[in-house]
Design a protein around this ligand. Structure first.
Ligand code: CU
Length: 132
């Protein structure tokens, strides 16, 4: 057996043992929901998700200011696939003007959660998230 073949087998065995859940193929089909962040509103400002459904929540900053998708209770209650999109140590997603970020997640429990922009909630940049 040559070294290359041995390496290939080791690699494949390692891949088979790794158990991503849900499988990557399912995340490709995640339901797309788009929220625009403008100065100073979420559009839309009422979001509804269903339990057990894989979502790709697309956040687009269409404003001239920096905005945040701040939702600590919601983010703590869902399974996030790509936690690297979150601000380190903070329960939020930060977006500079023209920036776009996708949050892949699945909700396992129903609930009602507040949404706000940490910078502009004083100006009414708030919303609601429902998981049914
Ligand atoms: Cu804001």
């Amino acid at each position: 057996m040559n070294i290359l073949r041995a390496l290939l087998i080791a690699l494949c065995t390692g891949m088979a043992l790794a158990q991503p859940a849900p499988p990557l193929a399912q995340w490709v089909d995640a339901e797309l929901v788009t929220v625009q962040l403008v100065d100073d509103r979420f559009l839309p400002d009422k979001l509804t998700f269903r339990r057990g459904v894989l979502y790709r929540l697309r956040l687009e900053n269409k404003g001239k200011e920096m905005h945040e998708f701040t939702a600590p209770e919601f983010l703590a209650a869902i399974e996030v696939k790509n936690s690297d999109v979150l601000e380190p140590g903070l329960p939020e997603i930060l977006l500079h003007p023209t920036e776009r970020k996708d949050l892949y997640f699945v909700a396992r429990q129903s609930g009602h959660y507040p949404l706000r922009c940490a910078d502009h909630d004083w100006d009414g940049m708030v919303g609601e998230i429902d998981v049914q």
